[in-house]
Design a protein around this ligand. Structure first.
Ligand SMILES: NC(=O)c1ccc[n+]([C@@H]2O[C@H](COP(=O)([O-])OP(=O)(O)OC[C@H]3O[C@@H](n4cnc5c(N)ncnc54)[C@H](OP(=O)(O)O)[C@@H]3O)[C@@H](O)[C@H]2O)c1
Length: 315
């Protein structure tokens, strides 16, 4: 396993992490524990969850906390607040980046995770109602209190990243060190505006949906139905399969074949090599998937490999 600093912070994380949005939802606590222990045994340190994940909000944090047990100090727990927890934190009037809300949300997450500190606490989505200065000030207080080690944002644009970085610098508050945004070899809109801002401000990128819901794993094929039990076999994802960019996927697979690696390696190793990306936090529903993803993340593309990936993406 390779490890990297998250942005320009002193927090070291594994290049392959685990996204936990399946925990307490599609996979139960026992299966989640298998995934977590397989991952730790392979050197994975970064586990990403959120207070809204799970069949009921918080079920993912509970499953992660229970699975970690005594191994909590071996890992980096990243969780999030600020998406709609459907009333779980009491009335919030939509101001989920405010001081009142954050004070409540963090206690609930700590309790569910069964820990007294969160390594990376992320604002899940921008809060248009609350000035970023108030959000940063409330998060800074959590860092000073030792409840949170580092802070990150998610679904921010380039200008929001710059605004938050300057506000933290100007007010001497703890800065955001990570960004979480929709990014995979098939969805690259962040590259234009956000990625240059992240590089400039030393913010590490944790792409979400890095496998495009599984399209980049090689288990879905043009013209074929999704294998039973997979994410894209579910009705809500019907459109993802129907509109998949098969030409691009097949070109990427060929790039891998010519180099003796599979599509998964191109997807994970290739994404991990792109500017600003610190760790690829794909979700996994089994220990086998974790093993495959860790192996895929050990592929380090050369400049020539990266040029071939770029050519495959642009057609
Ligand atoms: N900040 C945000 O707004 C936001 C939004 C969404 C997600 N996230 C975070 O980002 C993480 C990653 O996103 P994601 O997990 O939804 O999407 P993803 O990484 O694109 O897809 C993960 C899914 O692909 C399948 N898969 C993974 N590895 C595989 C392998 N080796 N072989 C075959 N299939 C494999 C699994 O689904 P099946 O086995 O069910 O087919 C798995 O659940 C989430 O867990 C969450 O922590 C954040």
């Amino acid at each position: 396993m390779r490890y990297r600093r998250l942005g320009s912070s002193g927090l070291s994380v594994s290049v392959v992490g685990i996204g936990c949005n399946n925990f307490g939802g599609r996979i139960d606590a026992d299966r989640a524990a298998e995934v977590v222990h397989a991952a730790i045994d392979l050197g994975v340190t970064l586990f990403d969850t959120a207070d809204v994940y799970g069949l009921t909000p918080g079920a993912s944090e509970e499953a992660l906390g229970a699975a970690l047990g005594k191994r909590r100090d071996e890992v980096v727990i990243a969780t999030k607040f600020g998406a709609d927890p459907r009333g779980a934190n009491g009335p919030d009037w939509g101001a989920r980046g405010g001081r009142r809300y954050i004070a409540k949300a963090v206690e609930a997450s700590l309790r569910r995770l069964g820990t007294d500190y969160i390594d990376l606490y992320q604002l899940h989505t921008p809060d248009p109602q609350t000035p970023i200065e108030e959000t940063l000030d409330a998060l800074d207080a959590l860092v000073q209190a030792g409840k949170v080690r580092y802070i990150g944002h998610s679904n921010f644009t380039g200008w929001q990243t710059a605004d938050a970085a300057w506000t933290a610098r100007d007010r001497r508050l703890t800065p955001f060190v990570s960004a979480q945004n929709y990014y995979s070899l098939l969805e690259r809109s962040v590259e234009k505006d956000l990625v240059p801002a992240l590089e400039h401000y030393g913010v590490g990128l944790l792409p979400f949906f890095p496998l495009a819901h599984g399209l980049l794993t090689g288990k879905y094929r043009r013209g074929e139905a999704a294998p039973q039990g997979t994410r894209l076999a579910r009705d809500v994802f019907e459109k993802v399969l129907a509109t998949a960019p098969w030409d691009t996927i097949e070109r990427l697979e060929n790039v891998g074949k010519e180099r003796g690696v599979d599509l998964l390696a191109v997807a994970i190793g290739g994404l991990a090599a792109r500017p600003a990306v610190t760790s690829v936090i794909a979700g996994a529903t089994s220990a086998e998937q974790v093993r495959a993803n860790v192996t895929a993340g050990s592929w380090i593309p050369t400049e020539e490999d990266q040029a071939a990936i770029e050519a495959a993406l642009t057609g």
